[in-house]
Ligand binder design. Sequence first.
Ligand code: HEC
Length: 586
Amino acid sequence: MNTQTFRLLLVLCCLCSGSVLYPGAVLAQRGTDFALLDQDGRFHQLSRYNESDAVVVYIQGLDDAVSAQGYPLLQDLQTRYAGQGVAFFMLNAARDSTRQAVQDELARHGLDIPVLLDTAQLVARSLGVKTTAEAFILDPSSHGIVYRGPLDSRVAVDDADPQLPIPYLESALKAVLANVDSEDEPELPAVSGTPLVYEYVSRFGDRQISYQDEIVPIVQKRCTVCHVEDGLAPWAMVSHRMMQGWSPMIREVLITRRMPPGQIDTQVGEWGDIHTITDDELITLVHWIDSGARREGEEDPLTVPAVAAPEWALGEPDLVIDVPEEAVPATGMVDFRIKRADLALSEDRWIQAVAYDVGERSVLHSLLVHAVDPTITDKNPADLIDPDNAEFISLYVPGRTEEVFAPDAGFLLHVDRDLSFKLRYVTGGRERLDKTRIGLYFRDTPPEFAVRNVITLNEDFTIPAGADNHVETASTETFAGEVYVESFAPQTHTRGKSMRISAELADGTVQLLINVANYNFNWQMNYPLRQRLLLPAGARLVTETVYDNSAANPHNVDPEAEVTFGVTTYDEILHHYIRILEKRQP
Ligand code: HEC
């Protein structure tokens, strides 16, 4: 069937029935899951829309007259189909697009459709995008491409008949929703939008990427802290063969932003040591994978064994405390463990640093250390970490075995305190006995600033069963004097989806400090600011935390349950720990 007859058929169909038959529309091509942030820093992953029947993606450009012609048509489709299980997005794949520019463009056109910013061009590359104004229908369950072509004959289609507009995308959408299958591939006119310029083409051309000089340094910087022998990750990046063998999976975890884990929105705030990866690094890694993940030369820097880390990288601690051991089973879910240990200090001490000698790195995912009132027993474990009885000191997360406070700051550990711990274990296919030790390093002299960990408290909330976008707010105390903010350790249980923490000043001004756009229950991280941030007296920290209690949340332990505050995995919390520094009275 040629284009002409196809068009005729389509027009006839459109004219004669409400439910249009669209040949080949549900013939899926292999696609890929992906994740991106939109112009407001919200996270969207294709597979998280698996309760929808279809996801429409329209390629737009900033100040691009061709793709702008499609805006009113797309908005109209969204109005009519959003209620029928179709999610609508635009995708901007220019390297230098900013959120502000996209927000301005949306405002100028009065559009309310999220724009996914694909500044690393990985999604465009995977979808095979050639020009703006191309339109896609994706199947969020299989990730397949069920339609690729024009939005409508009035948008970037040459020689179209203005008297007989053809709603290509809508026809395809109707076929998808009606579950119409066909063996025929439709012949569609080409989309003549503005060509997308891929950076990998100009950057690499036909040249082979150097495994030794370009790939290994990225892997060592971003991955091998966990992907080593006996490390936290289930497989070790110890040779080129390993990397090549895993390369399809590596591509997938990069494009879905699963690895490195615990990534946050780096356009908000300036960060110290966090797990992240840049667009440039992503472009290099993915281009290397797509061109065969080859290596040159004989040497393989990844096979050089890592130098064995000393037991205590900071030297012998002043005090070593054993965390009570835990037998972790091979499989299944282990609920949080709450434990305690005696301290028996003889005087108040200022902690300068906390180090972790982790027993089983492959199963311990997080460990929170608190100074606790010694009269609290483990009869009711939740009491041991209740903010009324216990003050949070430090958090171990994978790859961060030391936490050193700033040279002018320390945590005051009162003589009459013991330690309490909240541990999160994951199972790894083998039984493990974890015996972790904590090393404390004390200061000889009192510091200028006292370290204090404040929390955003809200223990009075109910998340309805199935709610996929349930928002709760909470705040810290209002600080009487000036404080410096240093780091954030946001924490929810399995329903947590995203959280934003802002500073609210006395005059009502609100400044966003951190956007954890894609919270993952398995990765409770600590995010240190590159530089401490001064908050004037009268400020407080506020949070907006979003919970997804639906079945679309892959971590959800029970989408049927209404959830309230509590300390087991089945309950929820809204405890974001924020480290502040307060000037001590001389
Ligand atoms: C903080 C530790 C950590 C870092 C850093 C890290 N990984 Fe992982 N990785 C893990 C763990 C743990 C798993 C097991 C699955 C999970 O927990 O999500 C994993 C799993 C994987 C998998 C297998 C996924 C699967 O479904 O089996 C791939 C591929 C991977 N990582 C690639 C990478 C790459 C590439 C990097 C660097 C860009 C990286 N990881 C950085 C800890 C890490």
